[in-house]
Design a protein around this ligand. Structure first.
Ligand code: NAD
Length: 520
């Protein structure tokens, strides 16, 4: 018998420093490189999703704290923007090294607050860490343009930081999403006010501690907390020039619409409904394993989770095998070494997901694997739902039309590839779509015809590595410049174009001209 999750938590060497100082219950704000007690009068209780024990209280930052965070970032911007790229790069190298050093510690905090398994939480950290590693190459990624446009005259164009930028993050990737924003924003010379999810801000605070240790000057990163009042402040504050948002449709549309109305640059990654087509010619075990991993990993709480499997033709005969595979998954507390999936984030999420499962049954679909009411002996109070598979799902059913964001795989069966592509193209979202096939021409047709921003060919969760960008489209993205990669660097910078004329010192200048210059 392995050590129970509770025992690991009690003995874990990772949960230390600001988690344990003074009042361990209260989450701190991070202002001017200091962890401070908030003067909040409103607090949000944060519970371990595996036990529903209270872990910490998260403050709704006060108006004074929010203004202080922007003051700090504004002041820091004046000197931070003047640091050389090489100085900022050196800090980023060190930051990367510290993230690796404290990788397990950050992951443990994620498992405690968010619930995902420790192994999966390590992946959460890694995918963010890779963004930090990649932006270390800033010196060759951000070179400008130059052309001699006329005699003695050159035009050069290059990128400058925006100023103070804000990041508003979701609960499901407590390290990765803050790290989609922080490294590209600061390496390009901006300063940041970050609002992690009020449901699991602990990882972002460890990241802040490491950024400070890496040498990030006071005020370059500030962390505030809370819900809508904090978001409204960030939208309305004129000194904030841009907002990076990742989260649900409802919040994202609100932030994009209001943020742009206030003249800000906004990038907003929203919800998803990711389909994976399984062709009858595909490698069956590869396809079925991929479906189970991508649908149920992280308890389905990934924006790139496969939530709809589309079987074409005879591939529907494999559903019983799919169910057998899914039954093998171990559902337990995220610290349990053999857990495949942990709990969902809250009792409310559990109720919502279970009611969507019920709605599918009420609307004529068949629940072939039912994870409702799932009990884990060692964690009787956790928000657990077992892997759930629903067949006979169709557009128009709530379980198809809504993002479930839980360990639920809907199966739609169609007769042809054209039908499968039409189904996906009719869906409002465009985050991810995948196909499993052994045929090159089929994969090629899918790639060309599919209206979706991130396409997997025999890859179920095609999240691009940070040398590319995260390119969801249609209803899954609002804005023009995507997160990370080249687009991410462009999001956090604006162009400056300089035209310079240097005549020789003894040149006789007698060309007074009032006409529009043509540079001929
Ligand atoms: P959420 O929208 O509830 O919360 C995201 C952030 O917005 C939080 O910081 C929260 O405090 C704030 N917020 C919540 N409601 C708000 C409101 N009414 N007004 C203003 N701000 C508000 O999202 P979540 O539940 O934390 O995250 C899950 C969602 O995020 C899913 O829909 C998922 O698909 C999406 N997501 C998308 C991506 C992507 O890259 N497309 C990645 C991760 C998560």
């Amino acid at each position: 018998r392995t050590l129970s999750g509770t025992a690991i938590r009690q003995n874990t060497p990772y949960i230390k420093t600001h988690d344990r100082i003074e009042n361990p219950l209260d989450t701190k704000i991070f202002l001017d490189n200091q962890f401070l007690e908030s003067s909040a009068t409103t607090w949000i209780d944060l519970h371990d999703p595996a036990t529903n024990n209270i872990v910490t209280r998260v403050p709704q930052s006060t108006a004074e704290e929010l203004v202080a965070a922007v003051n700090s970032a504004e002041k820091a911007f004046k000197s931070w923007r003047k640091t050389t790229l090489l100085t900022r790069q050196q800090i980023m190298f060190k930051f990367v090294q510290l993230l690796r050093r404290d990788w397990d510690r950050i992951a443990a905090r994620i498992t405690l607050e968010q619930g995902k398994t420790f192994a999966d939480a390590k992946g959460d950290v890694l995918r963010g860490l890779q963004v930090a590693e990649t932006v270390c190459g800033i010196t060759s990624q951000l070179t400008g343009e130059l052309l001699e446009v006329s005699t003695d005259m050159e035009t050069r164009s290059y990128r400058e930081p925006l100023g103070v930028v804000a990041a508003i993050c979701p609960f499901n990737f407590p390290a990765m999403i803050p790290l989609w924003c922080l490294p590209p924003a600061i390496i390009t010379g901006n300063t940041v006010v970050m609002k992690p999810s009020e449901r699991d801000p602990g990882a972002a605070l460890i990241i802040a501690e490491l950024a400070k240790e890496a040498g990030l000057p006071d005020g370059v990163l500030n962390i505030v907390h809370g819900t809508t009042p904090t978001v409204d402040f960030l939208i309305e504050e004129p000194r904030i020039k841009a907002i990076s948002f990742v989260g649900s449709d409802r919040a994202g549309k609100y932030i994009y619409t209001r943020g742009t109305a206030y003249g800000k640059r906004v990038q907003a990654n929203l919800g998803a409904k990711n389909h994976a087509i399984v062709m009858p010619d595909s490698n069956k075990s590869q396809a079925l394993n991929a479906m189970v991993g991508a649908a149920f990993g992280a308890a389905g709480q990934r924006c790139m989770a496969v939530s709809v499997m589309v079987t074409v033709g005879d591939a529907k005969r494999w559903i019983p095998e799919l169910v057998e595979l899914a039954k093998r998954l171990k559902v337990s507390g995220g610290f349990e070494p053999d857990a495949d999936l942990g709990p969902v984030i809250s009792p409310h999420a559990k109720t919502r997901i279970e009611s969507l499962i019920q709605s599918a049954s009420d609307e004529g679909a068949e629940i072939v694997l039912d994870g409702r009411g799932y009990k884990v002996d060692d964690y009787p109070d956790g928000n657990f739902i077992g892997p759930t598979i629903i067949t006979g799902v169709r557009p128009g059913m709530r379980a198809y039309d809504e993002e479930i964001f839980g360990p639920v795989l809907s199966v739609v069966s169609v007769d042809s590839l054209d039908e499968a592509i039409a189904l996906i193209n009719a869906n409002k979202y465009g985050n991810g779509a995948a196909i499993f096939t052994r045929s090159g021409p089929v994969a090629e047709k899918f790639q060309k015809e599919i209206e979706c921003g991130q396409v997997g060919i025999n890859v179920p969760i095609p999240v691009p590595l940070p040398f590319f960008s995260f390119t969801g489209n249609k209803g899954s993205f609002l804005g023009d410049l995507n997160f990370y990669g080249k687009a991410g660097l462009h999001f956090y910078t604006q162009m400056k174009t300089v035209t310079a004329l240097w005549r020789s010192e003894d040149a006789v200048v007698d060309d007074l001209n009032v006409n529009m210059p043509t540079h001929h």
